[in-house]
Design a binder for this molecule. Structure first.
Ligand SMILES: [Cu+2]
Length: 289
């Protein structure tokens, strides 16, 4: 039989053990992608491309006028500001993020088996006329994002990811560019301005370079794609975490593959809700942030 003291000590040791487990668990939550098994992807010269159009069938929602009266500087600079959630022109949709979600290369390796050199040239997110340009942006993990303020007012850029840390910076009129990086892939990170609640942008963060954003004419091209069979997703913002369309695409050596996507007003074309972030089933409730 253990004495009362011994039982107390054993209890204390168990509590300390749990606390150290908790701290090691929280360490694994630090952002960063897990290392890949296939090494860095080396171009072979056989790469092809995926090109297509984002279409809209039916009557597109009329762009809603934004009330900017809370900041006279915004009203003066951009009196006709409208919402950009559905930028549709002649049945073609801009601001759709298209990316390879999964797939197998001709060499039998999965896309995720390789690592891909991150671009070191910064992507730019400009605050201009009290909205973001571009409205949808794609970057690779750890690629610098340069955030500029071209407005005669103060903005407060606020990245609101679910897999990367929250990031929130004030940027007064005339201040120099801010720089930020996201270490974990995430589709897509909403960006808002805490000064102007209508301001909204989305950043797709990818481990690989196989992504594009549709232009005003609905067109997109993903170049440098190794031959293989892929699941390609077209994501568009919408209720909740957005909607997505999925297509299986085969890329042949040195050839362009076509992937046209259609969104629309009907329930069938509205697309299915984007998949929500996966929460680990094994989770200590007291460790939830
Ligand atoms: Cu702002």
């Amino acid at each position: 039989m253990l004495s009362k003291h011994a039982r107390l000590w054993l209890g204390l040791i168990a509590v300390l053990g749990l606390m150290s487990l908790a701290s090691s668990c929280s360490k694994t939550e630090e952002p960063g992608e897990t290392p890949t098994t296939g090494g860095e992807y080396k171009t072979t010269g056989n790469e092809g491309s995926i090109t297509g159009k984002i279409n809209y069938t039916g009557t597109a929602p009329a762009p809603a006028k934004i009330d900017t009266s809370a900041d006279a500087n915004c009203t003066k600079k951009n009196p006709d500001l409208v919402a950009e959630d559905w930028a549709v022109k002649d049945g073609k949709v801009a601001n759709t993020f298209v990316y390879i979600k999964d797939g197998t290369l001709a060499d039998g390796k999965k896309v995720g088996d390789y690592s891909y050199k991150s671009s070191t040239s910064p992507a730019t997110l400009d605050q201009n006329g009290c909205h973001y340009k571009p409205h949808v942006l794609g970057v690779m993990v750890n690629q610098p994002i340069s955030i500029t303020n071209s407005d005669p007012t103060t903005h407060n850029v606020h990245f609101r990811p679910t897999k990367n840390p929250d990031w929130n910076q004030s940027q007064p009129n005339g201040a120099g560019p801010l720089s930020h990086k996201l270490a974990v892939s995430e589709v897509l990170v909403p960006v808002k301005c805490d000064q102007h609640p209508w301001m909204r942008a989305f950043i797709g963060v990818m481990k690989h370079p196989f992504f594009a954003v549709s232009a005003e004419d609905g067109s997109f091209t993903i170049s440098g794609v190794p031959p293989g069979k892929y699941t390609v997703v077209a994501w568009h913002e919408g209720p909740g975490s957005g909607t997505e369309k999925t297509m299986e695409v085969t890329v042949a050596a040195k050839a362009p593959a076509t992937a046209d996507f259609t969104f629309g007003a009907s329930a069938e074309l509205r697309g299915k809700p984007s998949s929500m972030p996966v929460v680990s089933a094994v989770e200590f409730p007291m460790l939830r942030k």
